[in-house]
Design a protein around this ligand. Structure first.
Ligand code: KG4
Ligand code: ZN
Length: 347
């Protein structure tokens, strides 16, 4: 089965083709970052318009790169939520119209399920159950993934998502958008230990997070300091260490509490090298498998949507006639594909 995947939930237009036998055949991402950077964040209306402009040429290019024609496709998956309503509607409208014209099924996919399954794109041996830490611009979630669609939320951020905190701290440090990679780069120049920032919510039980206080802590710290690059780098270092340490403490706790021996970390913040190194070390210490998606599948992309769509289309799921996108859509609302529970290795 060959599935075209379309991601348009935010500021990346992602298109990919996944083949059940041959794996990922082609994948293209067009990033709108340069258009939004001067506004300091994503402007929803601009994002929608750019998806309209880019989707058709990108689909043509990707299908051709896969060595296929549109008529060779067996299904089309698109991100149906969560995300920006207008941006989601562009992808949904395009995907459903194209599927209808080709007489193949379309399926709206949950963006965070895409992130959750992304490591499976390359690691065929990876199987559920596993613990997942999903860290993106809009979500920070601990998930017990039992099987496709059977996800129990074990903890989440009570305020800002981790990626959002990176983006806001980047603004305070006069760095560009998106903030995560910029803060990571600046932190490399910083000296560890000059500032000690809190590890929020690690002193009480449970697996929830809170990053808003840490962000405020950065702001108040900066107020009393000279505005030079070395100082900003030291603050970036302290902030990054606080976030990474918080995740290490909570992952250790979550692995112990669940007894699971496999931890998947996915979503944009999983591209952070310090986080990767620290959690890999934790895995070594606890004897657990720590799995990350390849760097290019950590941030938003079409391949993860093609793959999640493939898993569900293969199990017989498809859109009905109602047209719907879900800008807000809790991951816990998902269910296994009807009539079938897919466990273990999904491919
Ligand atoms: O998953 P993603 O691409 O989009 C959403 O679904 O939100 O995640 C984007 C988020 C942004 O907040 C960005 O700053 C953060 O991921 N991010 C990073 C890094 N790369 C991206 N955060 C920390 N370190 C990075 N290297
Ligand atoms: Zn994402």
């Amino acid at each position: 089965m060959r599935v075209l995947g379309l991601e348009t939930s935010c500021d990346e237009t992602g298109v990919a083709v996944y083949d059940g036998e041959r794996g990922l055949l082609a994948d293209r991402v067009y990033s709108q970052i340069a258009d939004h950077a001067r506004y300091g964040g994503v402007v929803p209306e601009l994002a929608s318009r750019d998806h309209v402009r880019k989707l058709v040429p990108l689909v043509r290019e990707t299908v051709e790169a896969a060595g296929l024609r549109l008529a060779d496709l067996d299904g089309i998956a698109y991100t149906a939520g969560p995300g920006l309503a207008g941006a989601l509607l562009v992808g949904a409208g395009f995907a459903r119209a194209l599927a209808w014209s080709l007489d193949i099924p379309a399926l709206g996919v949950h963006h965070m399920e895409g992130h959750l399954l992304a490591p499976m794109l390359e690691s065929k041996a990876l199987s559920m159950p596993f613990l997942a830490l999903l860290v993106s611009g809009g979500h920070t979630l601990f998930v017990r993934a039992r099987s496709l669609g059977d996800y129990e939320i074990l903890g989440e951020s009570l305020d800002d998502a981790a990626g959002e905190a990176f983006d806001k701290v980047a603004k305070m440090l006069d760095l560009g958008y998106p903030g995560g990679p910029a803060v990571e780069r600046l932190a490399r120049e910083g000296t560890r230990g000059r500032f000690a920032f809190p590890r929020p919510m690690t002193d009480r039980p449970g697996l929830d997070f809170s990053f808003s206080g840490l962000k405020t802590h950065v702001m108040t710290t900066l107020r009393g300091l000279p505005d030079d690059r070395a100082t900003r780098a030291d603050v970036a270092r302290a902030f990054s260490d606080a976030v990474v340490d918080t995740f290490v403490i909570k992952c250790r706790r979550a692995l112990r509490a669940t007894g699971l021996e496999r931890l998947v970390i996915a979503g944009g913040v999983s591209a952070n090298s310090d986080l990767r190194a620290a959690l890999t070390a934790l895995g070594g210490e606890l004897g657990c498998d720590i799995v990350f998606p390849a760097m290019r599948f950590a941030t938003d992309n079409g391949a993860m949507i093609a793959f999640a769509g493939y898993c569900r289309l293969l199990a017989g799921e498809a859109d009905g006639s109602a047209f719907q996108v879900r800008p807000r859509w809790p991951l816990s609302a998902l269910a296994p594909p009807p009539g079938e529970t897919v466990t273990g290795n999904l491919t």
